[in-house]
Write a protein that binds this ligand. Structure first.
Ligand code: ADP
Length: 332
C-alpha cells in the first residue's frame, strides 16, 4: 500500500510538472509573439514617418523586417525544441521509474514465493524422515525387507535435503565468493553417477546416455559440474509428464564440451526461455503450480556455465519437451 501511495504521488508530481511546463511554454510563445508584434509595429511606424515605406506590403519587403521575422521564427522553433526535449526527458524518466518499480515488485514476489517454497521443501523431507524413524522405533519386529525399504526411502529424502542445502549454499556463494576450482575430472563418469542416482529415485524414468567411448578427461570445476548435471537431470524428470524420457549427449570437440539434456516434458514457452535463469524465478504462479522447487536450479546452472566461459541454449525438443544445450570450455 505505501508503495502504491508513493507511486501515485510521484505520478501526480510528474503530471503537475508536465502541465506546469506546458503552461510556461505557452506563455513563452505568446509573450514572444506579442513582443514581435510590438517591435514590428514600432518599426513600421518609424519607417512610415521617415517616408521609407508607404504600405504594409512594402514594409514586409524591407531587410530590417525580414531579419526581425526570421529572429522571431528562430525563437519560436527554439522554444518548441526545448519543450520537446523536456517532455521527452520527463517521459523517459517516468518510463525508467516504472521499469524499476515493476522489477522491484517482481523481485519481491519471487522472494516471497521462494520463502514459501523453501519452507515446504525443507519441511516435507524432514517430516518423511521423522515418520520413517518413528515407524522403525515403534515396530521393532518389522521384516528385514520392509525395514530396508523404509531406510532407503529415508536416505532418499536425506539426499534431497542434502541437494537442497547444496543449492542454497552454492547460490549464496555465486553472488560473491564463487571461484571455480579447475581440476582434471572424468565428466562422463560424473554424468553416469548422477544418472544412477536419479534412476534410483525415479525408476519409471528412461534415461539414455549418449557418449563416445574414451571420452577424454577434462579440466573443470567438479562441484560446479555436479550441480549442473544434477539440477538439469532433476528438472528433466520433474517437468516431464508421466513417463520421463531423457537423453543426455556428451561431445568433446576443439577444446569445447557440449552437453545436451533433452526431455519430453512440458516444454518452455519462448517468452520464458530467458527468465527461467533468474534467481527464484519459476514459471506460473505459486497457487497453481504442481511441482516443488525453489527457482534456484537454473540460476546456479547458468552462473557455473558462465564461470567456465560457456554458454547455454534452450531449444524446443521434437515432438515435445526441451533441450538444454551447454557449451563449456575445457581448461586443459
Ligand atoms: P525449480 O525447478 O526449483 O522451480 P529452476 O531454476 O530449476 O527452479 O527452474 C526454473 C523454472 O523453469 C521451473 O520452475 C520450470 O517452470 C522451468 N523449467 C526448468 N526446467 C524445465 C524443463 N526441463 N522442462 C520444462 N520446464 C522447465
Amino acid at each position: 500500500m505505501p508503495n502504491l501511495r508513493l507511486r501515485f504521488l510521484s505520478y501526480s508530481i510528474m503530471v503537475y510538472m508536465l502541465m506546469a511546463f506546458a503552461w510556461w511554454a505557452l506563455l513563452l510563445f505568446t509573450k514572444n509573439r506579442d513582443a514581435f508584434h510590438a517591435k514590428r509595429e514600432l518599426m513600421q511606424i518609424g519607417m512610415v514617418a521617415e517616408g521609407r515605406v508607404r504600405s504594409k506590403a512594402e514594409f514586409e519587403q524591407m531587410a530590417e523586417y525580414q531579419s526581425l521575422a526570421k529572429k522571431y521564427k528562430r525563437q519560436e522553433y527554439m522554444i518548441f525544441g526545448e519543450a520537446m526535449v523536456f517532455v521527452l526527458t520527463l517521459l523517459a524518466g517516468i518510463w525508467f521509474i516504472n521499469q524499476g518499480y515493476q522489477k522491484e515488485v517482481r523481485a519481491n514476489q519471487q522472494r516471497r514465493n521462494f520463502l514459501l517454497s523453501i519452507t515446504h521443501e525443507l519441511k516435507s523431507p524432514i517430516a518423511s524422515i521423522r515418520l520413517v524413524l518413528e515407524t522403525l522405533l515403534r515396530r521393532k519386529e518389522l521384516p528385514r525387507d520392509k525395514s530396508e525399504q523404509l531406510t532407503n526411502s529415508a536416505l532418499r529424502e536425506n539426499e534431497r535435503l542434502h541437494e537442497l542445502v547444496e543449492n542454497l549454499l552454492l547460490s549464496a556463494k555465486l553472488e560473491s565468493a564463487y571461484q571455480p576450482f579447475f581440476e582434471e575430472i572424468n565428466l562422463a563418469e560424473l554424468v553416469k553417477d548422477n544418472i544412477a542416482k536419479i534412476a534410483e529415485r525415479h525408476p519409471s524414468a528412461r534415461i539414455v546416455f549418449d557418449v563416445a567411448n574414451g571420452f577424454p578427461m577434462v579440466k573443470m570445476d567438479k562441484q560446479g559440474m555436479i550441480s549442473i548435471v544434477s539440477n538439469l537431470l532433476e528438472n528433466a524428470v520433474k517437468y516431464a509428464n508421466d513417463r520421463p524420457d531423457i537423453e543426455i549427449r556428451l561431445r568433446h570437440k576443439d577444446g569445447q564440451v557440449t552437453m545436451d539434456f533433452a526431455d519430453n516434458g512440458t516444454g518452455i514457452p519462448d517468452k520464458e526461455k530467458k527468465r527461467i535463469f533468474e534467481k527464484f524465478y519459476r514459471i506460473g504462479s505459486e497457487e497453481t503450480r504442481q511441482t516443488k522447487g525453489t527457482g534456484l536450479g537454473l540460476f546456479i546452472v547458468e552462473q557455473v556455465v558462465k564461470a567456465h566461459n560457456g554458454s547455454i541454449q534452450v531449444i524446443d525438443n521434437q515432438p515435445k519437451g526441451t533441450i538444454f544445450r551447454l557449451t563449456i570450455e575445457d581448461k586443459r
